[in-house]
Design a protein around this ligand. Structure first.
Ligand code: UDP
Length: 355
C-alpha cells in the first residue's frame, strides 16, 4: 500500500510546542512512522529541503510552491510515477490541496480536520468555515479523533462518511512514576485558544501559593506570550519555554496534576500523555478530553474559572484521589498505544482502497 500524505500547514520535522507545530506534528510523525512497517509513505510539506528519509519506507518530500494549485500539480506529477493508493490530507490547508486533486488523481481522498473552525469558541474565521464545509462535502471519507466531532460533521452533512479513530500515545516514553510533588503543569503552545488566561484567573481565585510550570513556546506571535506572562505577574507561575519532545516525560513526572484549560481542544494529546504518565488531568468537559480522560482519569468541569479552581484545590489536597485517577489514566492510555491506533488506520485505509 502506498500512501500520499499532505501536511501543507507544517512539517512533522518541526519540533512541537511552538509556532505552527503542535499535536498534529506529533500525530503525523508517530502514526506514519508506525504505519511505515506495513506501507510506503510519502509526506508532502512546504519547503526547499528536498527529500528527507524519516525511516525505512517513509520520507518527507518538500515542495517549494506557496501556491495551492502549483503544490497540487507537483503531487499529481509524483502520482504518475509513484501510483499512490490513497491520499490523506491533514488540516484545512491541505484539504484545499485535496479539493484541487479531487477528480484528477482518481484515488480515494481521506481528510482529517485536526481543528474544526466551527467548533472554536473564540475568533472564528468565516472563510475557513466555508472551506471546511466544502472539504467535508467533497472528500471520500473523514477520519475524526472523537465521536463528538464526528456527530457534528454528520449533522452538517449527513452524506459524509465519517470514521472515528482516536490519536495515540507512546506508553514507553510517558510512564508512571511516584507522585509526591506539588507542582501543577501546563504543556502546549502558548496560543490564546489554549485558555492560559483562565488558568491564571483560577490560580488567582484560589488565593494560595500553588506553583504552576508552563511548558511551551509562543504561537501566533510573541505578543501573546508576553501578554500572558504579564497577566501571570505576582503568581508562582514559571514559564519554561518550549521543551524538546524527548525531554517532556521528565516534566510530567515532576508534576502532581496536568491542567488543560483550552477554550477548544479537538482531541488533546497532552491529556493522553498525562494519563500515560499516571497524572490526573483537569480540564473542561466540553472538549475532546471527555472521550479520553472522561470521568475516571481526572476532573473535567463545566466551563467556569470557579469550577476550574475548585477542581485544582480538590486534587491538590487529595493525594489519594490523584493516585487513583492517575492509575486509571495509565490503564486507559495503554489502549491508545500507537501500534493499535496505526493498525486501525491500516484496516480503514485497506477497506477504503478496496471499496
Ligand atoms: N509539546 C512539545 N513541547 C512543548 C510543548 C508541547 O513537544 O514544549 C507537544 C506535546 O507533548 C503534545 C503536543 O506538543 O504532544 C501538543 O498537542 P495538543 O494536541 O495538546 O495541542 P495542539 O498543539 O495540537 O493544539
Amino acid at each position: 500500500m502506498r500512501i500520499c500524505v499532505v501536511s501543507y500547514h507544517s512539517s512533522p520535522l518541526e519540533p512541537a510546542g511552538s509556532g505552527k507545530s503542535g499535536g498534529m506534528n506529533v500525530f503525523i510523525s508517530h502514526l506514519y512512522k508506525t504505519l511505515a512497517r506495513f506501507c510506503e509513505i510519502d509526506i508532502f510539506v512546504r519547503g526547499d529541503r528536498g527529500h528527507i528519509q524519516l525511516g525505512p519506507g517513509i520520507r518527507v518530500i518538500h515542495i517549494n510552491k506557496p501556491n495551492f494549485n502549483e503544490f497540487a500539480e507537483c503531487i499529481i506529477d509524483y502520482h504518475t510515477t509513484r501510483h499512490y493508493d490513497l491520499i490523506h490530507t491533514h488540516y484545512w490547508l491541505s484539504g484545499m490541496i485535496g479539493l484541487v486533486t479531487k477528480g484528477v488523481l482518481k484515488i480515494p481522498w481521506v481528510h482529517s480536520l485536526h481543528t474544526f473552525e466551527i467548533l472554536k469558541r473564540i475568533k472564528k474565521d468565516q472563510v475557513r468555515i466555508e472551506i471546511e464545509n466544502e472539504i467535508i462535502k467533497r472528500c471520500d471519507i473523514l477520519i475524526s479523533p472523537t465521536q463528538k466531532e464526528a456527530i457534528v460533521i454528520k449533522q452538517m452533512n449527513p452524506s459524509t462518511r465519517v470514521i472515528t479513530i482516536p490519536h495515540g500515545v507512546d506508553n514507553k516514553r510517558f510512564k508512571p512514576s511516584a507522585d509526591g510533588h506539588s507542582t501543577l503543569l501546563y504543556v502546549g503552545r502558548i496560543d490564546p485558544i489554549k485558555g492560559l488566561d483562565l488558568l491564571v484567573d483560577a490560580l488567582r481565585f484560589l488565593k494560595r501559593e500553588i506553583r504552576l510550570n508552563i511548558v511551551g513556546g509562543p504561537s501566533k506571535g510573541k505578543e501573546n506570550f508576553e501578554s500572558i506572562k504579564t497577566y501571570a505577574n505576582g503568581l508562582p507561575i514559571h514559564f519554561l519555554g518550549k521543551i524538546n519532545y524527548e525531554e517532556l516525560n521528565k516534566h510530567y513526572s515532576k508534576a502532581s496534576i496536568v491542567i488543560v484549560p483550552s477554550y477548544y481542544e479537538s482531541f488533546g494529546l497532552v491529556g493522553l500523555e498525562a494519563m500515560a504518565s499516571a497524572r490526573p488531568v483537569i480540564g473542561f468537559a466540553d472538549t475532546g478530553l471527555s472521550e479520553t480522560v472522561g470521568r475516571d482519569a481526572g476532573i473535567l468541569v463545566k466551563r467556569s474559572v470557579r469550577n476550574l479552581a475548585h477542581a485544582i484545590t480538590h486534587l491538590f489536597n487529595n493525594q489519594g484521589s490523584r493516585y487513583t485517577l492517575g492509575l486509571k489514566g495509565r490503564e486507559k492510555a495503554l489502549h491508545y498505544e500507537w501500534s493499535y491506533i496505526a493498525q486501525r488506520y491500516f484496516v480503514t485505509y485497506e477497506k477504503i482502497i478496496k471499496s
